[in-house]
Design a protein around this ligand. Structure first.
Ligand code: SAH
Ligand code: SF4
Ligand code: F3S
Length: 485
C-alpha cells in the first residue's frame, strides 16, 4: 500500500525548496504527497528559527498533532529544518508527540530514520555537512501553480551577521554543481514552467569550482554561445580551458542562455558582495527579471557595524546607485530590523531617512528578536524595550508604505510584460500575475474571447495602483516572454 506524507513548510523559500527535495527522497521510499495532515500516515513540519515568534507558531502546530494522533494511532510526526537543527533532542523531550527530528543536511537518511520510527523508536539526525547540496536529486514539485518554481543553488551561510541564527541551523556555505542547476532549469522548461527563482542565503558568494566536470550543451545553445564544439565548461568557455570557477554572474548567464523562454529571478543578494558583473548580466538578458532583493537591515552605519553586516550606509547607497545606472527600471526590495541592540532614536531616524531616499518597491520589516548562540546574544544586551521596538517598527512600516505607494504610482501609464499565475482570490473575473519588477498586477480574466490561463505572458498597460498591487489593461497576449514592449 502507498504510504502518504504531508509536508508543511515554514520560514523562507529555501525551506519550500527543501521540502520538494524531501518529497523526492520519500517518493523513492514509497511515499506519495497528500494535501492535508488528516489524510497522512506521516506529517513533516519543515520549520524556521529566524525569530522567536516563528518557533512559537511551530510549537503550537506541534501541539495540534496530539489531536491528530489520537484519531490516527499509526500517525508519525517529524520535525525538519532549522528548529530541528537548533533544538535537536530537546524537541523530543519537550514534545512527546514528535517521533523524528532531522536537520537540513540529513534528509538523505530519512528512509533509515523512518524505518527506526516504524519500530516504535524515536529517531534523530542533525549532522551538518560541508558537502551536501542534494545536487542530483530531482525535486517533486509540491503545491505548485505549474508556472513558477524555486531552484536551490547553494546551502548554508558563512556570514555571521550578529542577529542571525541561520549559520547555526544551516551550517557552512557550499555551492551546488552549476551543471546540475542548469539541468534542473532545463527540466522546468520541459515541464511547462515559465519562471524560476534561484535561491541562496547570499547568492553573490556562489562559487563552483570544476576540475573535470564539463557540461554538454545542445547545438542551439552552442550556436548562441558561438561555440563549435558541444562541450564547454560551466562558465561557457571551451572545454580545453581547464579547471574553472563559476561565480554567480556566470551561473545567471548560463541559465539565461540555456533557458531563453524562462523568466529568471534570484534571492537573496548581499550588499557587501553584490558585483557589477551581476548587474551587467542582468541588464544584458531580457529574461532576467529587473528586480533585486537587497536587505539593508538598518540605515545607521553604527548599527550595521554591530550587526557585522560588512558594509556601511555609504557603501549600500553606492550599490543602489550602481543598480540604477545599469538598470533604471530595476525594482528594489529590502529587509529591515527595528530595535537591534543599542539602536538609538537617531539610528532609527537614519533608517527612516534611508527608506525615503531609496524608495523601495517593497520591504519585509521585523522587530529584533534575540536568538540563542548568535554573536548579538553573546555580546550585546537586547536593550531596546519592546514597546519602543513596536513603535519604531510601526514607523518603519508607515514610511515604507508611502515609498511603495509612490513607486507603484510611478508605474501607471507604463507598458509591462506580466506572467499570469492564477485566478484572483478576490474576484473570479480577474487573474493575477507579476511584472518583471515583481509587483502583483491584476488583469481581466478574459481578453477578446480568450481566457488568460496560468503561464500566459501578456503585454499590459498599467491603469492604476495601490501600495500593494497594480491594475492593468491588456494590450496583447504574447506567445512567450521578453518580447520588446
Ligand atoms: N540571507 C538573507 C536573510 C535571511 S533571514 C540576507 O542576508 O539578507 C531574512 C531576514 O530576517 C533578514 O534579512 C533579517 O531582516 C530578518 N532577521 C534575521 N534574524 C532576525 C532576528 N534575530 N530578529 C529579527 N529579524 C531577523
Ligand atoms: Fe543570516 Fe547574514 Fe547569512 Fe543572511 S547573510 S543568512 S542575515 S548570517
Ligand atoms: Fe528560517 Fe531557516 Fe529559512 S531559520 S528563514 S527557515 S534558513
Amino acid at each position: 500500500m502507498q504510504k502518504k506524507v504531508y509536508i508543511e513548510s515554514y520560514g523562507c523559500q529555501m525551506n519550500v525548496s527543501d521540502s520538494e527535495v524531501v518529497a523526492s527522497i520519500l517518493a523513492r521510499d514509497g511515499y506519495t504527497p497528500v494535501k492535508s495532515a488528516e489524510e497522512a500516515d506521516l506529517v513533516l513540519l519543515n520549520t524556521c528559527s529566524i525569530r522567536e515568534k516563528a518557533e512559537y507558531t511551530v510549537m503550537q502546530r506541534i501541539n495540534e498533532m496530539n489531536n491528530l494522533k489520537a484519531r490516527n494511532k499509526g500517525l508519525k510526526v517529524g520535525v525538519l529544518g532549522c528548529m530541528a537543527e537548533r533544538m535537536r533532542e530537546d524537541l523530543l523531550e519537550k514534545k512527546k508527540v514528535v517521533d523524528l527530528v532531522v536537520g537540513p543536511d540529513a534528509y538523505r537518511t530519512l528512509p533509515e530514520l523512518l524505518e527506526k520510527v516504524g519500530t516504535g523508536q524515536k529517531a534523530v539526525n542533525v549532522l551538518l555537512s560541508r558537502e551536501e547540496t542534494y545536487g542530483e536529486i530531482e525535486p517533486v514539485r509540491l503545491d505548485t501553480n505549474g508556472v513558477t518554481a524555486f531552484v536551490t543553488i547553494m546551502r548554508g551561510c558563512d556570514n555571521m551577521c550578529a542577529f542571525c541564527v541561520v549559520p547555526f541551523t544551516r551550517g557552512r556555505e557550499r555551492s551546488r554543481d552549476a551543471a546540475s542547476i542548469v539541468r534542473e532549469c532545463e527540466q522546468l522548461v520541459r515541464d511547462g514552467y515559465k519562471e524560476v527563482t534561484l535561491l541562496g542565503q547570499n547568492v553573490d558568494s556562489y562559487k563552483f569550482r570544476s576540475e573535470d566536470q564539463k557540461i554538454r550543451r545542445s547545438d542551439n545553445e552552442n550556436a548562441i554561445l558561438g561555440m563549435a564544439s558541444d562541450t564547454v565548461d560551466p562558465a561557457g568557455r571551451p572545454a580545453s580551458a581547464g579547471p574553472t570557477t563559476t561565480d554567480f554572474a556566470d551561473l545567471l548567464e548560463m541559465v539565461a542562455l540555456a533557458c531563453p523562454t524562462l523568466r529568471i529571478r534570484y534571492s537573496t543578494s548581499h550588499p557587501k558582495d553584490m558585483t557589477d558583473k551581476v548587474l551587467a548580466v542582468m541588464a544584458r538578458h531580457d529574461n532576467i527579471c529587473k528586480y533585486i532583493h537587497l536587505p539593508v537591515q538598518s540605515g545607521s552605519s553604527e548599527v550595521l557595524k554591530r550587526m557585522n553586516r560588512g558594509y556601511d550606509r555609504a557603501w549600500y547607497m553606492e550599490r543602489m546607485a550602481n543598480i540604477r545606472r545599469h538598470m533604471p527600471d530595476c525594482a528594489i526590495s529590502t529587509d529591515i530590523i527595528a530595535g537591534f541592540c543599542g539602536e538609538t532614536e537617531e539610528d532609527h531616524q537614519a533608517t527612516l531617512e534611508l527608506i525615503r531616499e531609496v524608495k523601495y518597491d517593497m520591504a519585509f520589516m521585523f522587530k529584533y528578536s534575540e536568538r540563542p548562540k548568535t554573536l548579538a546574544a553573546r555580546k550585546y544586551p537586547d536593550d531596546v524595550p519592546d514597546e519602543v521596538k513596536g513603535r519604531r517598527l510601526a514607523e518603519v512600516i508607515e514610511t515604507q508604505k508611502a515609498a511603495s505607494a509612490e513607486r507603484m504610482l510611478g508605474y501607471v501609464g507604463q507598458v509591462h510584460e506580466v506572467l499570469v499565475e492564477g485566478v484572483s482570490k478576490r474576484s473570479a473575473d480577474h487573474v493575477y500575475g507579476r511584472n518583471s519588477q515583481n509587483s502583483v498586477v491584476i488583469l481581466p480574466r478574459m481578453h477578446e474571447g480568450v481566457e488568460l490561463g496560468p503561464g500566459t505572458f501578456v503585454k499590459v498597460r498599467i491603469a492604476s495602483a495601490t501600495p500593494g498591487s497594480l491594475k492593468g489593461s491588456i494590450l496583447e497576449i504574447l506567445s512567450s516572454h521578453a518580447q520588446p514592449v
